[in-house]
Design a protein around this ligand. Sequence first.
Ligand code: H79
Length: 448
Amino acid sequence: MNRLALVLAVLGLVLASLGLVLAPLGLTGARAGAQESVPAERLAARRWFADAKFGLFIHWGVYSQLGAGEWVMHNRKIAVPDYESLAATFNPVRFDAAAWVALARRAGVRYVTITSRHHDGFSMFKTAQTPYNIVDWTPFKRDPLKELADACHASGIKLFFYYSQLDWHHPDYWPRGQTAWDNGRPDRGDWSRYLAFMNAQLGELLTNYGAVGGIWFDGMWDKPDAPWQLDTTYALIHRLSPAALIIPNHHEHPRPGEDVQTFEQDLPGANTAGFNTSFVSGDLPLETSLTMNDSWGFNITDKEFKPVRTLVGYLVRAAGNGANLLLNVGPRPDGTISPEFVARLDSLGAWLGTYGTAIYGTRAGPVPPRSWGATTRRGDTVFVHVLDWPDPLLALPPLGARVRRAYMLRGGALVRFDDTGAGVTLALPAVAAGELDRVVVLVTGTGR
Ligand code: H79
């Protein structure tokens, strides 16, 4: 090692250890939300979000017409002019915002997150930034996001806009990232013009649709190290809509200005999908997005629908991790939602009718998720969700507070328990036919 390298190495070590000392004091420049000063209305919105626990994701766009998922333009190397022709025929005449919101309410979701513009670059809303939008480019001529926003507001459901930072159509999305190299676009473009376009569209979304829950960003992973100028975009959002949450699906450590850490197709930290981070924020609300079959956008041959039992399991395990479940549907190109989606959402809503108190408004419980199930809590009440346990006794570690009373959420029968200080043992009733989750309610208290 030469002298200069040695000096640099020592300097690096000193700086690194300085960072170790300063990081807990929050003096290194906030990385994860906690150390920033977050205005009260956004903190309140984060709490609302963490209480909400269940949202409906909607992937719907020009791609729905081909029935092969939202990546069809990339996957089939569809040339830009051909995709533009496809867009010009989009006419979802059976779209009924009130019907979608009625379904959302039956399902028991507290919010809806819909694709305003996916990677294909087609705007599903009226925008002055490009004619390539549903009002100006299609025979439909209506703005479905406006209709959905009005219907959501009328029924107390919050609306979030999914917005793709990646764009396979815009001429200024250049240099390209990892995707869509084969669609016949010229190899040039003006990146700063692209950023201005995005910011202008975000401004429209945050001013023309009433109160918006927030923006769910996706696609930055296409070129994670590009000069996205996130600070500018985030500041714009926070200025226009101080309570709007920023939910980035960049699969990375949360950055300043971001409000929720969301995990795609994975419970927090699990990373079975291969592209999520195993870091889980201790400060921010969490969310897991999940497909009901194996596709986000409408896929006419994908019949791999998860059983209701699996979906309830995800909702429970998400809540047990302190996370929301954002469950996806891919409506058909005519604007209707296939019966497989509807049936599952209705079943989840019925299940929540009985068990919702052990989900909504809860936080992660005292026992981390286990193979048998998960725990949630609200104040002194702990909900033990037993999803999969064959034996009559279930042993829990110490809960940090004495159990005063234990009873079944459904039916209210008292549950025998033993709280020895070494842990808590519950005597479970047998599983009733069709029961997906045996929820034991533990009333705890710290007094004698
Ligand atoms: O909107 C839905 C998907 O279309 C979008 N996010 C959800 C909510 C999504 N697209 N891709 N992904 C999620 C997964 C990302 C895969 C990646 Fe890659 C692996 C990005 C980087 C490595 C694929 C392979 C794209 C580039 C290389």
